[in-house]
Design a protein around this ligand. Structure first.
Ligand code: AMP
Length: 396
């Protein structure tokens, strides 16, 4: 793997694609800086060696060019605090000002460029735009795992302008090594925990995992499509009606491969999709018509926890219920705690990004699992066996 460990950055200008797509509140305060702290080791190594750092990232999904709400200037202060030095900002990612500021940058200094997605060319993977960006640095470093599944100008296309000077940063290296550990070096028993809203989003991953896991736990909203397909009454719970056949065929495949699939047997049900709704516990086969399952129930928590605690490798993607509402976060919390106990007993636990990472953070357990990925979609695609454009561009 071509990593920054193979380079001495003294006197060099490193152009680093980072993923600073952090959540901001209404006053532009960063509500979760995990993606920024995860990029620090790469930045610090380059600065320490006497290199200069030019950072480029996207933030949110701006539709029509520059938008105040999506300006990366909102992260400059926090980044300066994290690095313990003032970070320079260029309010365009290409053009005269960016070129001048990059040229004037001295060893040990850091420049952050404005949001790449203020240009449509970024997501289109435009070659001319990528070339303009490439002029800003001597070495290209990709440390943006969260966007590695996109063939954008700054994540993939740009690499061709650095044929002998393109490398993975430490975060990319760690993400890929941990994903590989799960895919090709999992100690058994290996248990995958799948949750979240939709079966359709995770179907490719589930099929792939059936080749590898001993146990597959299915919770969250997607479990109701399985319950309904098996003849259960699920009330108003989430259902992908056209995926019932698929759900049954997955169960068949699992059986043929000797994979133990564990589905919820009970739910916390509610008479409204609201934190203040009336709640009750119900069998998953018999949810009343006007009620919906919004979390796994106590019997399910016990069954899931037992399997998790007996595992040596754990991959978790997707919450067990509507964990954003306090009334329905207990199942997700209990599963997170079981994963932590397994980790304390020597298991390797990888938490997929997105909502699972947010859930583990909400319960303050981020440091008690083996690894929390910064990539949602990117991790899913990597695990499905797809080649990520951001990875390919460095490797080829
Ligand atoms: P995903 O992006 O597919 O991982 O889904 C995550 C979302 O699924 C979260 O916002 C959860 O609130 C939601 N979710 C999980 N369980 C349920 C459920 N039983 N009913 C409705 N939404 C759910």
């Amino acid at each position: 793997m071509k990593t920054i460990d193979q380079v001495n950055f003294a006197g060099k200008k490193a152009l680093i694609r980072v993923d600073f797509n952090v959540p901001l509140d209404g006053d532009y305060n960063i509500t979760d800086d995990n993606r920024m702290t995860a990029a620090l080791p790469t930045i610090q190594k380059i600065l320490k060696e006497g290199g200069a750092v030019i950072l480029m990232s996207h933030l949110g999904r701006p539709k029509d060019g520059p938008t105040e709400k999506y300006s990366l200037k909102h992260v400059v202060k926090h980044l300066s605090d994290l690095l313990g030095q003032q970070v320079e900002f260029a309010d365009d990612c290409i053009g005269e000002q960016a070129v001048e500021k990059a040229k004037d940058l001295k060893a040990g200094e850091v420049l952050l460029l404005e949001n790449l997605r203020f240009y449509k060319e970024e997501e289109k993977g435009d070659k001319d735009f990528a070339e303009k960006l490439s002029k800003l640095g001597d070495v290209y470093v990709n440390d943006a795992f969260g966007t590695a599944h996109r063939a954008h100008a700054s994540t993939a296309v740009i690499a061709q302008f650095f044929p002998n000077a393109k490398y993975f940063g430490y975060l990319m290296g760690a993400e890929l090594a941990n994903a590989e550990k799960i895919l090709n070096g999992a100690e058994k028993p290996f248990t995958a925990i799948m949750g979240g809203a939709k079966v359709s989003d995770k179907i490719l991953l589930i099929e792939k995992l059936l080749e590898k896991v001993d146990n597959l736990i299915i919770g969250g909203g997607m479990a109701y499509t399985f319950a309904k397909a098996q003849g259960g009454k699920i009330g108003k719970s989430l259902l992908e009606a056209d995926k019932q056949e698929l759900a049954l065929s997955l169960l068949e495949k699992a059986k043929a491969k000797g994979v133990n699939i564990i589905l919820p047997t009970d739910s916390i049900i509610a008479d409204d999709f609201s934190n203040d709704a009336n709640k009750s516990v119900s069998s998953n086969k018999d949810i009343p018509d006007d009620w919906e399952g919004l979390d796994i129930g106590p019997e399910t928590v016990k069954a899931f926890s037992k399997v998790i605690e007996e595992s040596k490798t754990l991959l978790w993607n997707g919450p067990m219920g509507v964990f954003e509402m306090e009334s329905f976060d207990k199942g997700t919390k209990a599963v997170a705690e079981a994963v932590v106990r397994a980790t304390q007993n020597g298991a390797f636990s990888l938490i997929g990004g997105g909502d699972s990472a947010a859930a583990v953070a909400k319960f303050g357990l981020t440091n008690d699992v083996s690894y929390v990925s910064t990539g949602g979609g990117a991790l899913l695609e990597y695990m499905e066996g797809k080649e990520l454009p951001g990875v390919k561009a460095i490797n080829e």
